[in-house]
Design a protein around this ligand. Sequence first.
Ligand code: PLP
Length: 410
Amino acid sequence: STTIAHTDPEIWAAIQAEHLRQEQHIELIASENYASPAVMAAQGTQLTNKYAEGYPGKRYYGGCEHVDVAEQLAIDRLKQLFGADAANVQPHCGASANEAVFLAFLKPGDTILGMSLAEGGHLTHGMALNMSGKWFNAISYGLNALEEIDYDAMAAKARAHRPKLIIAGASAYSLRIDFERFARVAKEVGAIFMVDMAHYAGLIAAGVYPNPVPHADVVTSTTHKSLRGPRGGIILMKAEHEKAINSAIFPGLQGGPLMHVIAAKAVAFKEALQPEFKAYQQQVLRNAQIMAQTLTERGLRIVSGRTESHVMLVDLRAKGITGKEAEAVLGRAHMTINKNAIPNDPEKPMVTSGVRIGTPALTTRGFKDDEARLTANLVADVLDHPRDEAALEAVRAQVHALTARFPVYG
Ligand code: PLP
């Protein structure tokens, strides 16, 4: 760090300012977390210098004997964590993990069936402007009147369109997903079944959310969300798909793997195998339930009525404030959040009527029941008086008092 300060003071200043922001603000973005010092340190090592195209024991470069150890540890720990037959730890991010699955199983023009972005899905699951929507015939399913995944409609679409690939998984869906039911439909119509568990991976590793691995052909994920690792992607698969997926990642989609990131993934997987990780994820779930209940008591509506995970969508319409405005005003109170469309949102995607709230980050810094309740009340205080400067200042002072008691990195 002193070398960055010396070599590049401008970048060092940005890093220090971001460090301070992370310490002083309450992080409510559901896809973010704080990686451990060991995970961060692994990424700043000599492993960043190494080219290692190929896989452990089968490389296209010399000198790979030590990075082979790191990658094999990452693979073995990942398989153990989720009970998978086979694993690939090389995807640079969640999007490239998904693209590799498409490359392995699909041809341009093939039909895919995924969850609609507008109702909680991810843009790589068939959104019109994404490669998945441009190169494939993307059909989508969504929610029923109870704002639960409409499994019957999903099955009907699968029967009508006969997709080659069915995708389960979401970026803004608070309930448990019935992976077994998806798998039955995929089997019936002869589709490959892919689960993108990016949001839920940490909960799944700890056994507090259903594990899709026994039911899916392939499971993709990011490593930096609830799983609390470095930024990156992974793919788990049945043994029969290992060859196709591995060759889709390399040489299909990527060149040299990021060995420093793979080492950091291995560290994160080791952390996730410890008993403390299960206790952490149980608290993530508890904090989400407490926040959902508190926000409901304060007059806000939780989409789907409840949360069974780390995340919830909050319908802001009762407070007469848009998602865009809420994101800005909560930011001024030093609570970081993202606006998010709610089902059948009357507002445009850049405005929205909702915000998404997640508890992985605040739980990592040590927030338990009382702090989760206080945080939800502070969010509601801001939403009740979004244009009252004095009220905003009072909330910001309480946020700073709270974050000072729970340093992230000390
Ligand atoms: N899949 C899901 C369900 C996600 O929520 C995200 C990230 O937002 C991704 C994939 C993409 O991950 P990345 O940003 O690493 O490409």
